[in-house]
Structures are given as structure tokens and as C-alpha cells.
Design a protein around this ligand. Structure first.
Ligand code: FE
Length: 193
């Protein structure tokens, strides 16, 4: 890869050399983090969600310590900020946003979708969460409270969605196929196609 091709790559290269000169981080650590993010994908989070739906002990662990629950499924969390998991119920629906920039559970889900980083999403998720959900086609009962969760550099959040109806007896693998990145951010809810 040619690092000097674009202005942002020159900035990255300069930052990288300053950080390693000061002994704060090595090139190897930076490239390992990039590799972990590139290996990560929403399928990893979907496996966690599906397991939590069928295994009450795993669900309890997931809600208590998301990082540990991810590691249990061989998801690399080393160096990543702690992972919090917010559980949706019929009473409370969670919507994840980073109001400041783009903090996202990258170690689990990979790179955030483009809209997640947009000023529009970051502002409107807080100001009008129900409106944002409606644009995604997610209409919740008026009685369901929407709680907006701020993901930060220190603590990353994902959502444990409600298990869709009519999936009794489904295997973990089959359930996992229902779960998309948007469901784990909370803009959508998993549905049986
Ligand atoms: Fe951020």
C-alpha cells in the first residue's frame, strides 16, 4: 500500500511517526488494529446476538461484560475499548450513536456504515430518535420508550435486539442470519423475511 498517495495518508504517516518516536504506540500495534477491524464484520455481532437468544447464561454474560462475551466466541478484543451491550425489551428500545465523532464497536462489527458518522445522524438521533427510526421503517409502539446510548472512545455500545416472533426452535446459525449491523445499532429490528 502506498501511504503518501492522499493528503489524509500523509497526516496519518506523520501522526504515526510522532507516536512511535514518543514510544506511545508501535507501527506493529497500529497495523494489528487495522487488521482486526478489517477481519471484523456484522456476522460476528450476529453470532453473539443469536447465542444470547438461545442461551440464558451467555445472555447474562453478554449484558454484564460484552468484551468477555465477544472473546468467548473468539472475537479479538485486545486493545479495543470495553464493549457494553444494551438489551431491547418491549418497554425500552436502544439506539446507539456517537454524538462526538464515529465511535463504533469496530472490533466486533467492523467499520461503521457511512451514515453513522454523518452530522445529520449524530444530531438527529438525539433530537428526534423516533423520526430517525421511522425513516428506517422502524415504527415502535408509542408505549415503547426510546433510550439513546452515546458510544464513546472509552466505551462502545451495541444493541441486543428482541428475538423476532415465530422463530421458536431455530438454530443459532439460522437466527444469526436474521441479525444485521443496523439491528445492533438499533435503527432497525430483526425480522423474519
Ligand atoms: Fe466517536
Amino acid at each position: 500500500m502506498k501511504w503518501e498517495q492522499y493528503p489524509e495518508e500523509r497526516v496519518f504517516a506523520a501522526l504515526r511517526s510522532v507516536l512511535s518516536a514518543k514510544g506511545l504506540v508501535t507501527d506493529a500495534e497500529i497495523f494489528e488494529t487495522i487488521a482486526v477491524t478489517e477481519r471484523a464484520s456484522p456476522e460476528q455481532g450476529a453470532r453473539m446476538v443469536a447465542k444470547a437468544w438461545v442461551d440464558p447464561d451467555y445472555r447474562a454474560l453478554l449484558l454484564r461484560d460484552g468484551t468477555r462475551a465477544a472473546e468467548l466466541l473468539n472475537i479479538t478484543m485486545r486493545g479495543a475499548p470495553p464493549l457494553g451491550v444494551a438489551e431491547n425489551t418491549p418497554d425500552v428500545h436502544h439506539l446507539v450513536v456517537c454524538t462526538l465523532c464515529s465511535c463504533y464497536p469496530r472490533a466486533v462489527l467492523g467499520y461503521p456504515p457511512f451514515w453513522y458518522k454523518s452530522v445529520a445522524y449524530r444530531a438527529r438521533a438525539v433530537r428526534d430518535p423516533r423520526g430517525v427510526l421511522a425513516e428506517w421503517g422502524t415504527v415502535l409502539p408509542e408505549s415503547t420508550r426510546i433510550r439513546v446510548v452515546d458510544s464513546t472512545a472509552d466505551y462502545r455500545w451495541m444493541v441486543l435486539p428482541l428475538r423476532p416472533a415465530n422463530t421458536e426452535g431455530w438454530s443459532e446459525e439460522r437466527l444469526a442470519k436474521l441479525v444485521r449491523a443496523t439491528d445492533m445499532i438499533g435503527v432497525t429490528v430483526p425480522k423474519v423475511p
